[in-house]
Design a protein. Structure first.
Length: 555
């Protein structure tokens, strides 16, 4: 592909289309930079009079091949165009030490010396006039030139001339410079023709650097010619294969790719293309085989790591299609080792998540879950609560939809005095199965122990709603009410209980209600109003909740 772009660049160069030639040479450089390509692009920039870019490419050319004389020729031409004749001469002379007698260098050296001689004899000497100490005063005192001093671009050029009088040749097209120079010399200068006593224009201007010429194609060895011919033939098969592939004519595509491999087996891209067809045909094992061959061939030829990364990524896709999670993950990781791309990173994360999900699903077995729970129950009866918890954990993994292990584990945590863990499991249990009586009574018991009497009441009331004659719930509710009355009438404040209640979102919502705040304030000053408020069922329920929580005391 780099050679093809280079050929297109040479064609455009010969036609004088320097801009388009630069486009092709730049693409060729991206595909495989060589000193010849930088030399060619430097010549294009010279043709466009973009001497800075031409010099940069010439220096890159020399950096890649310091013994190649033409690189110095490109550098000399760029410096000549910049009117830096001494540096141009030095570049040509350096090139001649590498390749003595090279016509490009000898002719360039001759032109640079002639241009430098004319500059020193004429324009460079005239440029010294801008170095006079009173030049600014003279410009300011002349009505025709005074206004130039407020122009930043003029002042910049004036400073350049004061620092380097020999650069006068670069500013002759600026009529302001011409007018000021005439004023300083005391003559009326209308054009560059007036320099040096009316010398002809050609004598006053520096000679343009010679037009650039394209680099001749390096002479190839017989082996290189044979390889180039094979590449062209193989690429022709590849293009036909690509056309068939896009048309979903996969068998035809395979035939062309196999012919390309037969002609040039050292090129990995053909194997990659063949693997892509196998993938489309759902022949995933064949796809993996071709990708591995592509990597093997690419390694031997020191192929671009990005191309190798694509082969690994395709292996990952094929292994994923086969359901081989570990192999797919390994292939994606190998791809990212070669070249990190967002797409492959995303696929790796998805595959890791799918593997975890598959492992979880594979572990699910309701029968084994029940067996593990029964083992936990046996250990619970023996007082081996930590061991029982392990069995209940396993039962949860074996059957994530069952609420029973959560109730059982909550009982273990109660025995171990881990009340918050017990409550968490009890909540999960009734969340999974809202009609499970044992879960609600266990939850009520935990709240009772934590002195969260308002929540214990709520839990027992749920049980009685489900089973109105449930004796455990009736007795539990009576005990809760007794404790609420006892703590309310004692006059003592349980700060720990009150603090937990104040952290309860339900209690916070009641206290945050403006109507309830008003009623609570009135209760402190007017007991009759408090009694009236208690007659409202919704307000009464909220007040009872505050009393049960220990936030409000009634004497």
């Amino acid at each position: 592909m780099a050679d093809a772009e280079k050929e297109l660049g040479n064609t455009q160069f010969k036609a004088g289309n320097y801009e388009q030639a630069i486009v092709h040479f730049s693409k060729a450089i991206e595909l495989g930079a060589t000193h010849v390509l930088f030399s060619n692009r430097s010549a294009c920039y010279c043709g466009l009079k973009k001497y800075d870019e031409a010099l940069s490419d010439a220096e890159k050319c020399i950096e890649m091949n310091a013994s190649w004389g033409k690189g110095y020729g490109r550098k000399g031409a760029a410096l000549h165009g910049m009117a830096n004749y001494d540096a141009a001469i030095a570049a040509y002379e350096k090139g001649l030490t590498m390749e003595p007698g090279l016509s490009m260098l000898t002719k360039g050296l001759e032109d640079a010396k002639a241009a430098g001689s004319r500059d020193q004899g004429g324009l460079g000497g005239l440029g010294n006039i801008f170095g006079q100490p009173d030049v600014l005063q003279k410009i300011a005192s002349n009505p025709q030139t005074a206004g130039y001093l407020s122009d930043p671009s003029f002042m910049m050029k004036l400073q350049m001339l004061q620092q380097d009088p020999s650069s006068i040749g670069q500013h002759l097209s600026d009529q302001r410079i011409m007018q000021v120079m005439g004023m300083l010399m005391g003559v009326n200068i209308q054009s560059p023709d007036s320099f040096a006593g009316g010398a002809p224009k050609e004598a006053a201007q520096p000679k343009k650097p010679p037009e650039p010429e394209p680099e001749p194609e390096p002479e190839l060895t017989e082996e290189e010619k044979e390889l180039k011919a094979k590449k062209a033939t193989a690429d022709a098969h590849k293009e036909k294969g690509n056309t068939a592939y896009k048309a979903k004519q996969f068998d035809e595509a395979i035939g062309h790719y196999e012919k390309a491999i037969e002609v040039l087996p050292e090129e990995m891209s053909y194997y990659n293309n063949l693997a892509a067809v196998k993938f489309e045909q759902k022949e995933y094992s064949g796809c993996i085989e071709k990708c591995k061959k592509a990597i093997e061939v690419g390694r031997a030829a020191r192929a671009d790591y990005k191309v190798v990364a694509k082969s690994y990524a395709r292996i990952g896709n094929a292994q994923k299609a086969l359901g081989n999670f570990d192999d797919a993950i390994r292939a994606y990781e190998d791809s990212l080792m070669e070249d990190r791309t967002p797409d492959v990173e995303k696929k790796l994360k998805q595959m890791q998540a799918e593997k975890k999900k598959a492992e979880t699903n594979a572990y699910v077995n309701p029968e084994l879950a029940e067996a593990a729970r029964e083992e936990g129950n046996a250990l619970f009866k023996e007082g081996k609560y930590p061991q029982a918890i392990e069995k209940y954990d396993d039962a949860m993994k074996r059957n994530p939809k069952s609420h029973l292990p959560y109730s059982n584990r909550a009982a273990c945590y109660q025995k171990l005095m881990e009340w918050q863990l017990a409550l968490k499991d009890a909540d999960k249990c009734v969340e999974m199965e809202p009609t499970f009586i044992k879960g609600w009574t266990r939850k009520a018991g935990i709240h009772f122990f934590l002195k969260e009497y308002h929540k214990a009441m709520d839990a027992y009331n749920v049980v009685l709603k489900l089973e109105p004659e449930n004796e455990e719930a009736k007795n539990g509710l009576d005990l809760v009410i007794s404790k609420i009355n006892e703590s309310s009438q004692s006059g003592e404040v349980d700060k720990e209980r009150q603090q937990r209640a104040m952290a309860d979102p339900e209690i916070q919502a009641i206290l945050g209600d403006p109507q309830m705040r008003s009623i609570l304030n009135e209760m402190q000053t007017d007991p009759k109003k408090a009694q009236a408020a208690m007659n409202d069922p919704s307000i009464s329920e909220k007040l009872q909740k505050l009393i049960a929580a220990g936030v409000l005391q009634v004497r």
